[in-house]
Design a protein around this ligand. Structure first.
Ligand SMILES: Nc1nc2c(ncn2[C@@H]2O[C@H](COP(=O)(O)OP(=O)(O)OP(=O)(O)O)[C@@H](O)[C@H]2O)c(=O)[nH]1
Length: 565
């Protein structure tokens, strides 16, 4: 802007911001300061802001590359077994020698001579955690369903997570060797969630497999390859490599060991790389059998030695021209991340919708719905979908019964969604993660309120509303049933304080089982007016005698919240 630092500082001070010359301003402050001097600010996205890793490739330089596959599914349906079988089967084909190591990813050759790369951290949590960090690695998801079991909650979740990411799905019906296996039942159950497999005239490929005997696994890989062909996956091997960090650790003998999945270009021994806030020169590379490699092309997983620290899974890694440039950028990133750990990135909230509508950048509202019973989840999801307007589309990314979990919060973070809970609560860890990630979790006990609030937000007119604010929490440690009085819960107040007038909710396994008022609040035998955090007390609840050990009693107040749009 061609103004002196002192002038900038003066403007900041006038706005009540006490800044120093070394301080970074946030986007909002920058806009205001620039405006003072008659400038408009245009923000580039974080990636554009740094170095250009998206060098345009000439179409003629692009060559087909192997697909990158993640395996997801319900607990014990055979994700790990399938990954292990595929890995070991490829060793048997004459490549034996090295001992297979779990380095986070591996690639195999199919019988038809094509390569497929697998991410070796099964499960949708890992998949979505990467996505939440901005890394898009997976091309295709294999959803494993045990044919002797059923489509389970985590099967549904995995499908939702893959779909939210726009990643095509291939179904593997596993454990087909077992006497109780019934793949027809699985097809039926999948169809109920709109996943119609090809055998039933749908678009989803599926394959019966056994991770124990290997039956059907070659066919499964061929189907994955077919799916990959439709995606026309290409990359330019003839450029500086860019990839994603899959995992990293400190090895006593070898220093920092980083598993990298090269996505484009070719990574070579001797290259200088920048990986998140770390850098280094590639000293050596090995594949998942410990075999030394001189170079690694697109879709190849390699273990890299030579970095100065351990980047996080999902960090981007890229080749730099000079070590000096890499070091400077690494230092800059370390400083930025220190500063940014205080701020968090802005995810969508209901209150934020009005602002985004006003600047015309709001086209889709992504929602995750959790509820206490199937009926209410369906009713709520249907009504929310109907709120779509020509301007703003409502997408239900995922819906399900049960407490709001960490995996829900991760999905919200990866897909910029809000979470709506009906008569359910977030688990402790989910609440913490949501705080960190700044995810808007809205809890309702009346469907009508949920729909109205979202509707108002979408019309850009969230009126002042009454919001419930949790003011106290207690754990039920013991329950006494006293004739004529009913049940009294012996509790420990773990947060805030309860008074006799505090409204309460009983939460069991994340689901609200009762809402109402306290009828008695006691310390030992005496009635008291207040009990604070860290104290034990007895609580009984008006008209509710089903208190159980392990329940949580949540105290809340209704506060009028003024919306500022
Ligand atoms: N008979 C039979 N058993 C299988 C098959 N696949 C997996 N199993 C068994 O099922 C159990 C669970 O398999 P895992 O591979 O650990 O399942 P997973 O989905 O990775 O489980 P988590 O890692 O706990 O989520 C193990 O005891 C396996 O031996 C199969 O095709 N046939």
């Amino acid at each position: 802007m061609d103004v002196s630092v002192n002038e900038v500082i003066k403007v900041c001070l006038n706005m009540g911001m006490f800044v120093s010359i070394n301080q970074r301003l946030d986007a909002e402050a920058i806009t205001v300061v620039a405006d003072e001097f008659g400038y408009d600010v245009e923000f580039l996205s974080a990636e554009e802001d740094e170095i250009d890793t998206t060098i345009e490739d000439n179409p003629e330089d692009l060559l087909p590359r192997a697909p990158i596959v993640t395996i997801m599914g319900h607990v014990d349906h055979g994700k790990t077994s399938l990954l292990d079988y595929i890995r070991n089967a490829s060793v048997a084909k004459g490549e034996a020698g090295g001992i297979t190591q779990h380095i986070g990813a591996y690639d195999v050759m199919t019988k038809s001579g094509k390569r497929v790369t697998f991410l070796d951290t099964p499960g949708h949590e890992a998949f979505t955690a990467m996505r939440a960090r901005g890394a898009k690695v997976t091309d295709i998801a294999i959803i494993v369903v045990a044919a002797d079991d059923s489509v389970m909650p985590q099967t549904r979740e995995a499908i939702n997570h893959a779909q939210a990411a726009g990643v095509p799905i291939v179904i593997a019906m596993n454990k087909i060797d077992k006497p109780g296996a019934n793949s027809e039942k699985i097809r039926e159950e999948l169809s109920q969630m709109n996943i119609l497999v090809e055998d039933w005239g749908g678009k989803y490929q599926s394959q019966e497999v056994s991770a124990k005997t290997g039956l059907g696994i070659e066919d499964l890989l061929e189907k994955v390859l077919l799916e990959a062909e439709l995606l026309e996956l290409t990359a330019n091997p003839d450029r500086n490599a860019v990839g994603t960090v899959i995992e990293a650790m400190l090895d006593k003998g070898r220093g920092y060991v980083t598993t990298v999945l090269v996505q484009t270009g070719t990574l070579k021994v001797g290259d200088v790389v920048l990986a998140g806030p770390h850098y280094g020169r590639v000293k050596a590379m090995t594949d998942h059998r410990g075999k030394k490699m001189k170079q690694a092309g697109p879709a190849t997983p390699v273990q890299v030695l030579g970095l100065t620290g351990a980047p996080q899974a999902g960090d981007k890694i890229q080749v730099m021209e000079t070590e000096r440039e890499a070091r400077e950028l690494a230092t800059q990133r370390q400083q930025l991340s220190r500063e940014q750990s205080m701020r968090t990135k802005k995810h969508i909230t209901l209150d934020e919708i009005g602002r985004r509508l006003a600047i015309g950048s709001f086209k889709e509202l992504n929602v995750i719905v959790k509820g206490d019973v199937d009926g209410s989840v369906e009713a709520l999801s249907d009504s929310l979908l109907k709120l779509s307007t020509p301007e703003v589309k409502v997408n239900i990314l995922s819906k399900g019964v049960g407490a709001i979990s960490e995996s829900d919060v991760l999905l919200a973070s990866a897909s910029d969604a809000i979470i709506i809970g009906f008569q359910v609560r977030p688990s402790q860890s989910a609440r913490k993660l949501a705080d960190n990630e700044q995810i808007d979790i809205r809890l309702y006990s009346i469907i009508y309120n949920a729909i109205n609030e979202v509707k108002d937000a979408m019309e850009g007119m969230l009126a002042p509303t009454v919001q419930e604010v949790v003011v106290a929490n207690a754990e039920v440690r013991q329950v006494f049933n006293i004739t004529k009085v009913g049940s009294i819960a012996g509790c420990m107040v773990t947060e805030g304080s309860f008074t006799r007038n505090t409204k309460v909710r009983v939460v069991r396994d994340g689901i609200v089982v009762h809402s109402g008022d306290i009828s008695a609040l006691k310390r030992y035998k005496d009635d008291v007016s207040e009990v604070r955090q860290g104290y034990e007390c007895g609580i009984s609840i008006k008209g509710f005698n089903d208190l159980r050990e392990g329940d949580n009693i949540e105290g809340f107040e209704e506060k009028e919240i003024k919306r500022t749009l």
